[in-house]
Design a protein. Sequence first.
Length: 130
Amino acid sequence: MEPISLIVGALAAGAVAGTKAIADEAIRDSYQGLKILVQQKFVGNPSAELVLAEHEQKPEIWQEPLKAKLIEASVHKDQEIIKAAEKLITLINHTQIGSQTIDNRSGGVYFEKETKITGDVVGGNQNKFS
């Protein structure tokens, strides 16, 4: 998976996971760490900061604007951010987190009422959670 899709997917999954009571502290901490790294790249760019904040509230609506801002800031080239996104996805892979579906096979994210997260998130494997 390309780094930009990995980062967008991790931010979306982290935003959803962070709202669930069953999300463990490691997931919340990992998400916050990733978000802080991205925020540091957006310093001085109020429109990018706004998109990131809005994405946290409604990832399904703000995915494409966030992707564009991440590319503008070359976030997808930052190895520390890529590793943080991979770590978050790995943590989520091992934890049941709630009642949303995230499908990241094509870099897209959509939400349903199922209790699953699916996607070609890391290493070309389809990941499912329930």
